[in-house]
Write a new protein. Structure first.
Length: 127
Protein backbone atom coordinates (compact mmCIF):
# COMPACT_ATOMS: atom_id res chain seq x y z
CA UNK A 1 0.00 0.00 0.00
CA UNK A 2 1.16 3.52 -0.72
CA UNK A 3 -0.02 4.97 2.60
CA UNK A 4 2.96 5.95 4.77
CA UNK A 5 3.30 4.74 8.37
CA UNK A 6 1.77 7.11 10.91
CA UNK A 7 -0.26 8.83 8.18
CA UNK A 8 -2.97 9.85 10.65
CA UNK A 9 -0.80 11.26 13.44
CA UNK A 10 -2.05 14.78 12.83
CA UNK A 11 -5.42 13.69 14.26
CA UNK A 12 -4.31 12.63 17.77
CA UNK A 13 -1.90 15.60 17.77
CA UNK A 14 -4.81 18.01 17.22
CA UNK A 15 -6.98 16.21 19.77
CA UNK A 16 -4.17 16.18 22.35
CA UNK A 17 -3.77 19.95 21.93
CA UNK A 18 -7.49 20.46 22.59
CA UNK A 19 -8.16 18.13 25.55
CA UNK A 20 -6.65 17.23 28.90
CA UNK A 21 -7.12 13.47 28.48
CA UNK A 22 -4.80 10.72 27.29
CA UNK A 23 -4.98 10.32 23.51
CA UNK A 24 -4.31 7.13 21.53
CA UNK A 25 -2.52 7.39 18.20
CA UNK A 26 -3.39 4.83 15.53
CA UNK A 27 -2.68 4.41 11.86
CA UNK A 28 -0.26 1.92 10.38
CA UNK A 29 2.27 1.43 13.14
CA UNK A 30 4.27 -1.53 11.87
CA UNK A 31 7.36 -1.46 14.05
CA UNK A 32 8.21 -0.38 17.61
CA UNK A 33 10.48 2.43 16.46
CA UNK A 34 7.56 4.20 14.76
CA UNK A 35 5.52 3.93 17.95
CA UNK A 36 8.42 5.20 20.08
CA UNK A 37 8.87 8.16 17.74
CA UNK A 38 5.20 9.16 18.01
CA UNK A 39 5.39 9.02 21.81
CA UNK A 40 8.70 10.90 21.95
CA UNK A 41 7.35 13.66 19.71
CA UNK A 42 4.37 14.05 22.06
CA UNK A 43 1.83 13.44 19.32
CA UNK A 44 -0.04 10.93 21.50
CA UNK A 45 0.07 9.33 24.94
CA UNK A 46 -0.53 5.76 23.81
CA UNK A 47 -0.10 3.95 20.50
CA UNK A 48 -2.54 1.38 19.13
CA UNK A 49 -0.69 -1.32 17.20
CA UNK A 50 -2.77 -3.76 15.17
CA UNK A 51 -0.91 -4.61 11.97
CA UNK A 52 2.35 -5.06 13.84
CA UNK A 53 0.82 -7.54 16.26
CA UNK A 54 -0.95 -9.47 13.52
CA UNK A 55 2.36 -9.88 11.68
CA UNK A 56 4.27 -10.75 14.87
CA UNK A 57 2.33 -11.79 17.98
CA UNK A 58 5.52 -11.18 20.01
CA UNK A 59 5.70 -7.54 18.83
CA UNK A 60 5.35 -6.02 22.31
CA UNK A 61 7.60 -8.57 24.01
CA UNK A 62 10.41 -8.05 21.52
CA UNK A 63 10.06 -4.29 21.79
CA UNK A 64 10.16 -4.38 25.61
CA UNK A 65 13.15 -6.70 25.71
CA UNK A 66 15.23 -4.48 23.41
CA UNK A 67 14.83 -6.64 20.30
CA UNK A 68 12.77 -4.22 18.21
CA UNK A 69 14.80 -5.01 15.11
CA UNK A 70 13.76 -8.69 15.38
CA UNK A 71 10.06 -7.87 14.93
CA UNK A 72 8.52 -9.43 11.81
CA UNK A 73 7.04 -6.38 10.12
CA UNK A 74 3.71 -6.13 8.37
CA UNK A 75 3.92 -6.23 4.58
CA UNK A 76 0.77 -4.11 4.19
CA UNK A 77 -0.79 -6.82 2.04
CA UNK A 78 -4.20 -6.53 3.75
CA UNK A 79 -4.77 -10.28 3.42
CA UNK A 80 -5.59 -11.13 7.03
CA UNK A 81 -6.67 -7.78 8.47
CA UNK A 82 -8.47 -5.29 6.25
CA UNK A 83 -8.97 -7.77 3.39
CA UNK A 84 -10.86 -10.30 5.52
CA UNK A 85 -13.01 -7.56 7.07
CA UNK A 86 -14.07 -6.37 3.62
CA UNK A 87 -15.22 -9.89 2.85
CA UNK A 88 -17.03 -10.09 6.20
CA UNK A 89 -15.01 -13.28 6.71
CA UNK A 90 -13.74 -12.67 10.24
CA UNK A 91 -10.86 -14.63 11.69
CA UNK A 92 -10.44 -18.26 10.78
CA UNK A 93 -9.35 -20.86 13.32
CA UNK A 94 -6.35 -22.68 11.97
CA UNK A 95 -5.03 -26.06 12.96
CA UNK A 96 -1.81 -26.14 15.01
CA UNK A 97 0.16 -27.39 11.98
CA UNK A 98 -0.55 -24.10 10.19
CA UNK A 99 0.61 -21.70 12.90
CA UNK A 100 3.36 -20.14 10.80
CA UNK A 101 0.68 -18.02 9.16
CA UNK A 102 -0.10 -14.46 10.09
CA UNK A 103 -1.22 -13.83 13.64
CA UNK A 104 -0.20 -17.16 15.11
CA UNK A 105 2.91 -18.15 17.00
CA UNK A 106 4.81 -20.89 15.25
CA UNK A 107 5.50 -23.97 17.36
CA UNK A 108 9.13 -24.50 18.31
CA UNK A 109 10.76 -26.83 15.78
CA UNK A 110 11.35 -30.30 17.12
CA UNK A 111 14.32 -32.47 16.20
CA UNK A 112 12.03 -34.46 13.89
CA UNK A 113 11.03 -31.39 11.85
CA UNK A 114 14.29 -29.43 12.00
CA UNK A 115 15.75 -28.95 8.53
CA UNK A 116 12.45 -29.67 6.77
CA UNK A 117 11.17 -26.11 6.42
CA UNK A 118 9.53 -24.88 3.27
CA UNK A 119 10.37 -21.87 1.15
CA UNK A 120 7.61 -19.65 2.50
CA UNK A 121 7.95 -16.98 5.21
CA UNK A 122 7.84 -19.52 8.04
CA UNK A 123 10.45 -21.80 6.46
CA UNK A 124 12.73 -18.90 5.62
CA UNK A 125 12.45 -17.53 9.15
CA UNK A 126 13.24 -20.97 10.59
CA UNK A 127 16.24 -21.29 8.29
Amino acid sequence: MQVPPGYALFIPGAIRAAVDLPVVGVGRFKDPLQADRALAEGVCDLVGVVRGQIADPDFAGKARSGHATDVRTCLSCNQECVGRMGLNAGWVHREPTDRTRVGHRAPAPSSATRGRGGGGPGGLQAA
